[in-house]
Write a protein that binds this ligand. Sequence first.
Ligand SMILES: Cc1cc2nc3c(=O)[nH]c(=O)nc-3n(C[C@H](O)[C@H](O)[C@H](O)COP(=O)(O)OP(=O)(O)OC[C@H]3O[C@@H](n4cnc5c(N)ncnc54)[C@H](O)[C@@H]3O)c2cc1C
Length: 461
Amino acid sequence: MASFDVIILGAGPGGYVCAIRCAQLGLKVAVVEGRETLGGTCLNIGCIPSKALLNATHNLHEAHENFEKMGLMGANPTVDWARMQAYKQDTVNGNTKGIEYLFKKNKVTWIKGWASIAAPGKVQVGDAVHEARNIVIATGSEPSTLPGVTVDEVKIVTSTGALTLPEIPKTMVVIGAGVIGLEMGSVYARLGTKVTVVEYLDAITPGMDAEVAKAFQKILTKQGLDFILGAAVQGVISDADGAHVTYKLRKTDAESTLTADTVLVATGRKPYTAGLGLEELGVEMLPRGQIKTDHFATNIKGLYAIGDAIAGPMLAHKAEDEGMALAEILAGKSGHVNYGLIPGVIYTVPEVANVGLTEEQLKEQGHAYKVGKFPFMGNARAKAAFQAEGFVKILADKNTDRILGCHIIGPAAGDLIHEVCVAMEFGASAQDLALTCHAHPTYSEAVREAALACGDGAIHA
Ligand SMILES: Cc1cc2nc3c(=O)[nH]c(=O)nc-3n(C[C@H](O)[C@H](O)[C@H](O)COP(=O)(O)OP(=O)(O)OC[C@H]3O[C@@H](n4cnc5c(N)ncnc54)[C@H](O)[C@@H]3O)c2cc1C
């Protein structure tokens, strides 16, 4: 039996970041991971492989659509799916090995196997029981599906199956117009698959600023994705002809069926806590299956939880921030996560990014606000790169000018959003951003111009 200050269950972004920070703060720490490799959902079957495929297929799109316009001539590249898959796996392997290296460097012990919590302070892995003053549950999440839809990961797949399809399907139905559905839908649309997205709500990307969501849908439609909105999927049947998705339009009750080679079920994820023994321990849960926490502490002394297994957005950087904050708390310092400033990014082309409040939320709150908007059409760098679709929208308090939210659809939106995050963290006004010198020509000038538009006006609009 080994004894530790902290044992963390799960080596995803929440668990591995928590472990490294604990070690840096002088705690003796171990991580139990059941998977063969470190990095959790994010590195193995989530963020990283999906971004590799998005990168490869974006380059394919550039070669087909824009190379000749730039004077780059030659035969159009074709797709070697096996090699693209190998590139994706190499990217994953490089990253998961990177975490192994960081564990060694920081003297984090990796206990291989599936863990359960035998009793407070005791973690069982196989026949061995390890002791710890503190146990952290960072066991993440798994895909959730719909009633009447049985995933076989062959024809009816989750994101996990969609990342490793044996061949590129001719047709695909994506159920759910959220981040994962649209990213994977984009990948296959760029590879030539006819993609139809079926969404229960009347708009894509629920919760996103409505103006951005509308512009995003228009752009994706232009890229060849079809959308059926306000449609409740009734069931999916798979046979020799493919997979058949039956849906009912919510407004009219009219029922239709779509047939496709592959159906991607992208209806969200649910916390994964199976086999931990939480019920036996009496751990309080929330109605949607998350572990109930207060500053990451569960109702059991010395037992904590972070990441996708608890409430809040299911995002890698949210899990990481919680891991870091909890490590600080366990080391006797103060750890804090600002949940009002967690950015969201969709890595399509154009990218979509947001932080803070949407216009709809401000209206709902009756908050007096002003809007500063700037289109990428007025940004020289974006035009040179054929990336001039989209805009930056900054929402600021009408009276104080304090920035309340930012919504970007356009090139490098996922990077641009962070200057606004920093500004908001420091309580900046739109004028603070507007008066900050931005290098020319950069995409970031569009952020500054949107900030200027909150005041006396943008220059290039
Ligand atoms: C296709 C896809 C794309 C995504 N893209 C993004 C993105 O671009 N950006 C972003 O921010 N988020 C993205 N996400 C979400 C992101 O992956 C998760 O929010 C993140 O991984 C959560 O981290 P976590 O540490 O809480 O859990 P996970 O990453 O899920 O890690 C949990 C780990 O715990 C292990 N485990 C579970 N139970 C046990 C046990 N009993 N014993 C031992 N080990 C156990 C699991 O094997 C797993 O490795 C994506 C997700 C998917 C599916």
